[in-house]
Design a protein around this ligand. Structure first.
Ligand SMILES: Nc1ncnc2c1ncn2[C@@H]1O[C@H](COP(=O)(O)OP(=O)(O)OP(=O)(O)O)[C@@H](O)[C@H]1O
Length: 252
């Protein structure tokens, strides 16, 4: 069973492919980190996979009717803007919309899902606060909670750890790992290669729109791949807490 299958997915900007014939599948239980330098094509790939951008090639999600897609994949975009002064609880409850027959109110199962999402993201004390009056990092956690409340088999997140303090970054990646242990899957773009190495079960490395490597973190974060794609000298260090990825210097 797969939750997302891409076949030769290609997105052109002008005459330049910024995502170039990328193929992979993601199944239940996988926590997949999408990594690559600025401009590598991570956001473009995820948006095209969701059917939000014109593309060539195939994406199983893009081919679904909108309602089925919303029941299969939750999407946390990179731009986090909360426009309306609604409470945190009300905003997280919006994640339940794809499950609700038109015009119906939240049912017990919906309230349970909202409660679980608030708890997972450490937001129960914030439930009655106006989302627009929270700090940037707190707002980011609320939007992750909204995506969690959607309770989809697949969560796709564009830089979910951006703007979060170190504890919240680790807590969020732990939540993702927990989801995968429950049989769900996560595809998240990450710039923090240390978090990617520690919490992802699999990494997909993009460089200039091409899939450069796909596999377990230790196989993808090799000195050669890091030098070639990120122009970095770096080291993986094994510790009692798992692997640590340490960038050392920018290569000439
Ligand atoms: N609307 C657009 N028009 C033209 N080119 C674009 C557009 N959006 C993105 N691009 C280009 O496509 C390439 C891939 O961009 P994308 O945002 O997917 O990269 P990314 O890997 O997510 O980068 P970052 O880590 O900086 O968020 C970049 O070279 C970018 O300049």
């Amino acid at each position: 069973m797969t939750l997302l299958t891409l076949r030769a997915l290609t997105v052109r900007r002008g005459d330049r492919p910024v995502v170039n014939r990328v193929s992979f599948s993601i199944g239940p239980g996988e926590c997949v980190g999408l990594i690559g330098p600025n401009g590598a094509g991570k956001t473009t790939l995820m948006r095209a996979a969701l059917g939000l951008l014109a593309h060539q090639g195939r994406s199983s999600l893009a081919e679904m009717p909108a309602r089925d897609r919303a029941a299969t994949a939750a999407w946390l975009p990179q731009k986090r803007e909360i426009a309306w002064p609604v409470t945190v609880e009300a905003l997280v409850a919006l994640g339940r919309l794809p499950h609700l027959p038109r015009g119906t109110r939240l049912r017990d199962a919906d309230r349970t899902a909202v409660e679980a999402a608030l708890t997972r993201m450490g937001l129960t004390a914030f439930r009655d606060r106006l989302a627009t009056e929270l700090s940037g990092g707190e707002q980011a956690r609320v939007l992750i909670a909204r995506a969690l409340a959607q309770e989809t088999p697949l969560l796709m997140a564009d830089e979910p750890s951006a703007g979060l303090d170190p504890a919240a970054q680790i807590a969020t990646l732990r939540v993702f790992r927990q989801l995968t242990r429950e049989g769900r899957a996560v595809l998240a773009s990450l710039h923090d290669l240390n978090l990617a190495a520690r919490y992802c079960t699999r990494l997909i490395l993009l460089g200039d729109g091409l899939l450069v490597a796909d596999g377990p973190p230790a196989d993808v974060l090799t000195a050669e791949n890091i030098a070639r794609v990120f122009h970095l000298e770096a080291r993986m260090i094994n510790t009692d807490h798992g692997p640590l990825f340490q960038p050392l210097d920018v290569l000439p």
